[in-house]
Design a protein around this ligand. Structure first.
Ligand SMILES: CC(C)(COP(=O)(O)OP(=O)(O)OC[C@H]1O[C@@H](n2cnc3c(N)ncnc32)[C@H](O)[C@@H]1OP(=O)(O)O)[C@@H](O)C(=O)NCCC(=O)NCCS
Length: 161
């Protein structure tokens, strides 16, 4: 399994994979809108042979410091629990750390995301429509540049909260 940046030729396969993983078209449309808006800051695919079996996207957030929002993450049904999702999260975090970002936010299951270092407690004092036990942040440096303030996902997320 190889992880690489998405290419234009992957767009159709990504849309199909994301729709199949979520069982609805909402997240696949979100990916397309984020891309159209120029907000696909990090978009990686996991490839097995010629097949794309996983995808992850991180988009810039409006926040008190440069931050990314992780969403969506999708693994092709039938390929789960082989470490593809984890490999994509780790690769995306490594990419984000190489750039000028202070943190990655995610809305998801703490049982999954805590293993990578995401913490709901660290996100608790930020103001967001997604605030709550599923809203987590992972610092990319020693500590967060700020622990309070308003954080908003990219425009494509409007109406999804
Ligand atoms: C969630 C998802 C990305 C996980 O991908 P994956 O490749 O199966 O994940 P990995 O193989 O890296 O990790 C599997 C581990 O995650 C756990 N896991 C998977 N989904 C989980 C969930 N929703 N909540 C908690 N743990 C979960 C598994 O139990 C497994 O744990 P183990 O290693 O202790 O047995 C994938 O199942 C998927 O695409 N789901 C549908 C779309 C979705 O819900 N995306 C997440 C949106 S935030």
């Amino acid at each position: 399994m190889q992880i690489r940046d998405e290419q234009p030729r992957d767009h159709a396969a990504i849309a199909e994979l994301v729709e199949r993983a979520f069982g609805q078209p909402v997240e696949a449309r979100l990916v397309e809108k984020l891309r159209d808006d120029g907000d696909a800051a990090i978009s990686l695919v996991a490839e097995e042979g010629d097949a794309i079996v996983g995808h992850i996207l991180l988009s810039p957030m409006a926040a008190p410091f440069p931050a990314l929002g992780l969403a969506p993450l999708a693994v092709l049904p039938g390929h789960e629990r082989k470490g593809i999702g984890s490999a994509l999260v780790k690769a995306a975090i490594a990419r984000a750390g190489e750039r000028n970002y202070g943190a990655v936010f995610v809305l998801g299951d703490p049982g999954y995301y805590e293993r990578f270092g995401f913490r709901a407690a660290l996100a608790a004092d930020f103001s967001s429509p997604y605030a709550g036990p599923y809203f987590m942040v992972m610092p990319l440096r020693e500590s967060l540049p700020a622990t309070t303030g308003r954080v908003d996902y990219a425009r494509a997320f409007d109406g999804l909260a």
